[in-house]
Design a protein around this ligand. Sequence first.
Ligand code: SF4
Length: 420
Amino acid sequence: MGTAPKALRLHVGLFGRRNAGKSALVNAIAGQPVAIVSATPGTTTDPVEKAMELQPIGPIVLIDTAGLDDEGALGGLRVAKTEALVARTDVALIVAAAGAWGALEDGLLARFGAAGVPVVAVMSHADLKAAPPELVARLEAAGAAVVSTVAPTGEGVQRLREAIIRAAPDGFVEPPSLLGDLVPAGGVVVLVVPIDLEAPRGRLIQAQVQVIRDALDHDAICVMARETRLADVFASLSAPPALVVTDSQAFGLVARVTPPEVPLTSFSILFARVKGDLATFAAGAEAIDRLRPGDKVLVCEACTHHPIGDDIGRVKLPRWLGEHAGGALDVEVRAGRDFPDDLGPYRLVVHCGACVHSRREVLARVARARAQGVPMTNYGVAIAKTHGILARALAPLRGREVAPAPPSASAAAPAAFGRP
Ligand code: SF4
């Protein structure tokens, strides 16, 4: 972690008045004492920087700044130093104690807004006084995320970490390609799409459309067929394809038909690295081996589609997981924005491919599961695991768990399969 150059880290600046609780927040976010905390206003004189990992997005720098209401000649110099940090800030935390948000904070909000820097408004010391709802509504309407914290007890700190992930600019969290690094220009990618009851009438689903578009963007040749025609596809090609991508539900049949030397994965595994954290999901799948009948499992779908027939999240996946565990599990399904605060009751979280969510939204969920020590995986990875083909399905992405990534993410690269 310490080797990531500073310039490649997400810079998170904490701004506000003296004694707003900025230093205590730096320590709470970092999980260790970095900044000196005292009740004496103006204890932080020069900016204090702390490099740390904010998983799962990678390396960041927290910058604790002097209070912007500092007084006197020296105070003026400190304020000037703090103002110079505005230009170096990727995400601004404007910290106000006990709901005391005034003209100074509004000025900061306007300044960061004009500079296009995302803002998280942090209502510190929330145990002393909560921020008025009308203030929270006004700040949210202005585009700021609002989080209440009590740094000494850790209350709200995980939410703040998640808010930072959500606020991080695209370049820090958005790997650009689904399969552009897996298939050479002119190479053939075979897409396997079952047309069953669940397939929407007259169209393809978002995940399939996005993979096709990505393949075309990278000048690959797409061949598409139902799983029942896959053998015909292989027979018609003059050379093996560069990659086969299947709907996870057809993994069993497709793995049997696809020659072992042909790389094989699934749509949702491609999405796992672009819309989530593939290394975390691969490690999380190992928890499937530890499931026992009756264990509580949370299944999350990012969209709110109407379930029909053998719905993947409500019927097939619970059945496959239950067969693997040796008996039925207690499976709870949440859809859309519904993601529990407390993941403690669950032995495993299984997320869909999240084709309608941004990566930052999924990473915030990954961060919550990680903070609570709950394993998390996704549909494609879990299905490959229950079908006994996880190693094969992950093999095309081995060493590329983070897709050709922005500098900070690649510098973080934890990302070996099976990491603890
Ligand atoms: S959001 Fe999830 S459940 Fe909905 S279509 Fe996309 S991958 Fe499937």
